[in-house]
Structures are given as C-alpha cells and as structure tokens.
Design a protein around this ligand. Structure first.
Ligand code: AMP
Length: 368
C-alpha cells in the first residue's frame, strides 16, 4: 500500500472535491453529516456545490497556483467527474493523497482503453473495434456488424459524441459527422434492460455493493432508476461480482458505478459491461433516501479512510430525474406522499440538463 492511501481523517478535517456539479454538492452534504468539511474546486462560478460549502476555489484546472493553494487547505482530494486533466491530478497528487488514484482516469477517460481493460479481466462487453478513419470504420463494421454505435474515445457522456450506423447509412458521412480522429465502433446491443451496480471499496480493500439498479434512459439520458432490478438473484450476484472484480483490479478507493446491458442468451440472460464511472453516479441517487447509507456517504467514508457502511435498503425504490423543464413541476412533487425532492440549485434549466431528482420508497420487498 502506498503512503498516499494511508489516510485517516478525523471529524473537522477537510476533503477537497474537484468539480462543482450536483455530485459534488451531494458529496459535500454527506461529508457535513459526518462532521467533515469540504472545499470545492471548480472553474464555473455558478457551481451548485459552492452553495453548500464554506470554502470554494473558482479557478481553471490548469491554474497551478490555485491548485497549490487548494492542496494546502485540504487533507485529501477526490473528484466528482472523470474528465479531470491528468496534469491537474498530478499537481495535487504531489502534495496530497488523491483518491481514487488518478492514474485510473487514463483508463476510464478513454473508451478504447476502458474496453480493453474490461475484456482483459475476462468480463464480457459488446464486440468493439478501434476506429481512426472512414476506412477503419468500414473494417470495424465487418467485425461488429450493423447496426453499430460509433463513440468518440474521449469526452463522451449522456449520448454525446455517439451515433448509430444502420444498414444503408454511409459510414464515411457518419465518420465526418462525428468529427473526431479516434473512436470505437461497438455492436448495437439489443438489450432486455440496462442495469448498474454502485460499488464502494475502502482503503482496506473491503467492497460493499448496493442492490442492483435498473435504469431507463430517454434520449440517452437517465430518466428512471428502479430498485431492485427485475433480474434473478443469480444475475444480480453476477453483476455485483463483476463490479467487485473491476474495483479490486483498479485497487480502487471510493465509489464507482458499472453500467451493464442484460441481453437474452440461449442459456438465459447474460451481462455485458457497457461503461465504468469512477465516481458516484446518477443511478445511485436513490440511496440517499432508499438505503441506510448513501453512495455519497460511502465515498466520503472511503476517501476519509473510515469503515464503509453495510447498506440496508428501505424498500422498493423509484428515482425520477428532473431534466430540463421537468424542474418546473417541483411544487407538484412536494405534495406527492412519500416523495423526497432534491433540487440542485442550478441556474437556468436547459433541455437535457439535470436539475434535480425525486425518490419514492415503497415499503415491503426489503432485500439486504
Ligand atoms: P454511454 O454514453 O456509452 O453510456 O451510452 C448512453 C446510452 O446509449 C446507454 O445507456 C444505452 O442506452 C445507449 N447505448 C450505448 N451503447 C450502446 C450499444 N452498444 N447498444 C445499444 N445501446 C447503446
């Protein structure tokens, strides 16, 4: 174990969070409940996480002086999104422990390296191929078949930087429209459902997974998460084992999410891993109201070097994302019996912007 991982914070200590979105905001709120302070670093002056912390640094990620001052103020650094520049993490890592280890970001920021890593663990993914030109895209389509999904290797999220190529489409045109030089082509997966596992791994290597969540997307953006997922106990156990294997292989400290497709197979449904998110994840928001310990608290405990909680779910849960104009309905949601309303305090709603979420927990069907 490297020196950087031997962190044990005490109440009153400060966690530095890179990124100031709603994930950072909910991490800071969870830390406050445990008596820990957070300092948020974000280039965006309107960061929703700034509202809930006393100390914030509003500076660019390349601002080395600001990073040095930030590092001096905090005891450990973590992040709430994966596109932190490697150079930023390196400046901080030279001064403070950064958890999870920032070297993981190189793998998960790049869809090709990520897929190679997952396959290297013997875990199934959709067939995929490296694409660097219209010619290699044509070759890739011969391997993965049609329809195919092309995705930029870096900086894609919520369906951005992706396109579907169907029979009859011109791959050359699709390549030009994607506007990149490095992409992957993936077989289009005719999935039965999409699920995710939110796993927490402590500095001691202990892993705690939340119950498997079923996710429904609209226009590539998560709309609903339902727990428990409508999968057999065997498949749920396999999904948790996959998440644990990935967390162990990365020697991970903190919370990560593994998104998977459930596909029909001759011997019953099987799992294909679609993506790893090295952070708390939208499909784990239900844990704030639906479990004894939330994903945010688990992450804070892990990076603080504290024991993880053993999550117990309170019932069957539905999480509804309030996206864009959905937020205008917040006052209706306030009157729904049993609904817990979360509003992220972002400025203007825009189509596709995650503005808040609502959790509804129904008692009964309590699995531990
Ligand atoms: P991603 O940005 O890779 O997480 O993709 C966002 C969403 O697009 C996924 O949650 C799926 O709903 C859909 N999607 C991505 N890749 C595929 C695929 N290979 N086959 C079918 N649907 C996909």
């Amino acid at each position: 174990m490297s020196a950087s991982r031997r962190v044990t914070l005490k109440p009153g200590d400060t966690i530095g969070i890179l990124g100031g979105g709603q994930l950072g905001r909910m991490l800071a709120l969870a830390a406050a409940r445990l008596g820990l302070k957070c300092q948020v670093f974000s280039p965006d002056p309107d960061s929703p996480a700034f509202d809930v912390v006393q100390n914030a640094t509003c500076a660019e990620y390349a601002d080395v002086e600001a990073l040095e001052l930030f590092a001096a103020d905090v005891d450990v650094v973590t992040y709430e999104f994966e596109n932190i520049p490697a150079s930023t993490a390196m400046v901080l890592a030279a001064r403070r422990p950064v958890l999870p280890d920032y070297r993981i970001l190189e793998t998960v920021q790049d869809r090709l390296l990520e897929k190679n890593f997952i396959s290297g663990l013997g875990i199934a993914t959709a067939p995929y191929a490296d694409v660097t030109s219209p010619q290699t895209l044509r070759e890739a389509i011969k391997v993965v078949g049609l329809p195919a999904v092309i995705k930029t290797r870096r900086f894609g999220y919520d369906g951005k930087g992706q396109a579907i190529i169907r029979d009859g489409d011109d791959p050359g045109q699709a390549w030009d429209d994607l506007g990149t030089r490095s992409a992957i082509a993936e077989a289009f997966v005719p999935f039965e459902r999409e699920i995710s596992v939110i796993a927490a791994r402590g500095a001691d290597g202990r892993v705690e997974c939340f119950d498997v969540t079923e996710n429904e997307h609209r226009d590539h953006i998560l709309k609903y998460s339902r727990v428990p997922a409508a999968v057999s106990d065997t498949l749920a156990a396999q999904a948790r084992d996959i998440a644990k294997k990935i967390a162990d292989a990365l020697d991970y400290v903190g919370v990560l999410a593994v998104e998977m497709f459930v596909v029909a197979g001759p011997g019953g449904p099987k799992l294909l891993v679609s993506e790893i998110a090295p952070r708390v994840h939208n499909s784990g928001h239900w844990t704030l109201d639906g479990a004894s310990v939330s994903q945010f608290e688990q992450h804070i405990r892990a990076v603080a070097g504290w024991s993880l909680g053993k999550p117990v779910r309170h019932g069957s849960v539905v999480m509804t994302n309030l996206i864009g104009d959905d937020i205008l309905d917040y006052s209706k949601w306030l009157t729904v019996p049993g609904a817990s309303v979360h509003i992220y305090g972002k400025g203007a709603q825009r189509p596709g912007r995650k503005m808040g979420h609502v959790t509804e927990v129904k008692n009964g069907d309590v699995k531990t």
